[in-house]
Design a protein around this ligand. Sequence first.
Ligand code: ADP
Ligand code: MG
Length: 681
Amino acid sequence: MPNLSDSVRFVRGFGPKKAQLLEKMQIFTLEDALHCYPRDYEDRTRQKCIADLRDGDRVTIRAIVGTAPAVRHIRKGMDLTKLTIFDSSGTLGVTYFNNKYVAAQLREGEEYLFFGRVQGEGRQRMLLSPVHEKCQTGLETGRIVPVYPLTSGLGQKDMQRLTDAALACELRAIPDPIPSGLRAQYDLPDLASAVRYIHRPHDLEEVQAARRRMIFEELFLLCCGLQRLKERRREEEGLLFSNTDLTAFWRALGFPPTGAQRRAVDDLVRDVASGKPMNRLVQGDVGSGKTVVAAALCALAAQNGYQAAVMAPTEILATQHDASLRELFGKLGVTVELLTGSMGVKAKREALARIASGQAQVVVGTHALIQKGVEFAKLGAVVADEQHRFGVAQRASLRSKGQMPHTLVMSATPIPRTLALILYGDLDVSVIDELPPGRTPVATYAVGERMRRRIEAFMEKQIAAGGQVYVVCPLVEEGEGEVRLKSAEEHALTLQRALPGRRIGVLHGRMKPAEKDAVMTAFASGLLDVLVATTVIEVGVNVPNANLMVVEDADRFGLSQLHQLRGRVGRGRRESFCIFFGADKGQNARERLRILADTNDGFEIARADLAQRGPGDFFGKRQHGLPGIKMADLASDMQLMQQAREEAERLLAHDPHLTRYPALRERVERMFRPESGEIFN
Ligand code: ADP
Ligand code: MG
């Protein structure tokens, strides 16, 4: 019996040459072959008779070859092989492109199974390059045939032979990481059966069952892993902030916190006084006032003799945080320092010196903060704003600059709770589910081109009344061909003609940081009436006087992204508006944009977004090998996700070190080994 650890070189028919091709696909051993899942299945059980075939059908036909294959040379590099087949219901033409073997394989008068796609109707109808198989008595009922991913030089037959060899191994010997009790409870096939179902299913139900099991397995392992990380942190020692009196901080703030802000700050206070390192996610919709929570942590650090670092994803945002924190902490006698990549050499050297000496108490910056050469005297707290732009590794890197500093992650990405609990499973979560008072909801309209003149007039009116306008254009990608999208620069020129005399600025990603800063500052201080920008303003920018946002080609954005953008207005006292162009680009676009006009609830929108797109983005477009289990399907697998998480929690509560589940433990540990790159990327 072959062994799963055997090299693929020893499979009959696989010499060093084919083995090398397999290595390109990361298949070295029979075990690797087992994990190479089909990308699709051909359902050859669905047999049809020739008379019933329709254009576009992918079918299995059992038919007899009527005319022997005839090869025609069309032009250089193009041979056509044609033949006709028949069954009791009719005849059909078959065409193969560049297949020199067919002529020798298909014999006139013999019966075969053909699997392929039908093209054309009536007399034009034919079967294109079908797969064929000789009918043998007893076998001709057809079956579900796996279609494997290939690399040039390898065929489906090779992959079949390879997986046959792998399946001949003792599969029961592979330890199953899902405990048998759970498998029974959720009716999941065991690992050995699932592997068989994946490679050699008898029917599509088996594929479905295997798929469910593999999803459950992946989520369950992930949840166990994250839960263990969380538990492990609880055993670590953290900095103790014993002075948690925030009276002066609240007084300096100038407005009373919302109930939700206060609850989140209470969570922080409990964390930093616990003696364990804090690892908390603050999740709140755009404009919910997360910055206050971050500032509270900085104040706690400062009044306990520690430094705090606030890391923002863009220079614009870092500069803004710097300005608002400087104003607040000025009143408290706490020093604030800004550190960004674009600072001059001298300014940077001085800033670094103040950070290293501890003179700078609150340090605000971009990625520059986690670079080499930045030394903190006594880093006690770290805030990562808008977490989805920072990976776990970057957070870890900043943490490593202190001795287990308390970490706060802030995110406005409104994702459904179940998904959040999985993605952020290693963090404790505070939710800010309340907006500061005095917000008027942003009146939102989805419009088409024919409204353009009226919208321009509306912009003019808002500016005349003292307001300011954001205009957002999608990023223009190279080679977009037929669809003409507006670039920010071009659009600003057009707009200038429509709004003569108004001051229009442009902001896009290719500008130098200093240029961006200058434009943003001009807009924030009212020196510009209109800011035409790409999505660089998506995250966190706060200009309360801006009360109108116009998004061009809004159909090109994700719903959650549009909601983030909309959060840039409605931050001040002015009545605010958001206008999405693109509603005239088909029913789908109109319906999507309508969702935004109908609700202001970020979570509601995220749900709709998820249902339409799948959470590919949330998972970084990672794919499983199984057909149909791109993570996209998770939108419909919410329940499975929920179950996997609950079971992981329950299991670890009883057996935190998984001593009774060695197979599970082995897999979880493998997942968290840094070199596996599975989690930490
Ligand atoms: P986000 O959660 O999107 O980061 P911000 O922290 O930028 O939100 O806050 C948005 C705006 O709301 C800011 O102008 C801030 O000063 C204001 N704000 C925050 N909390 C309150 C509050 N409790 N009362 C009044 N205004 C507040
Ligand atoms: Mg913010």
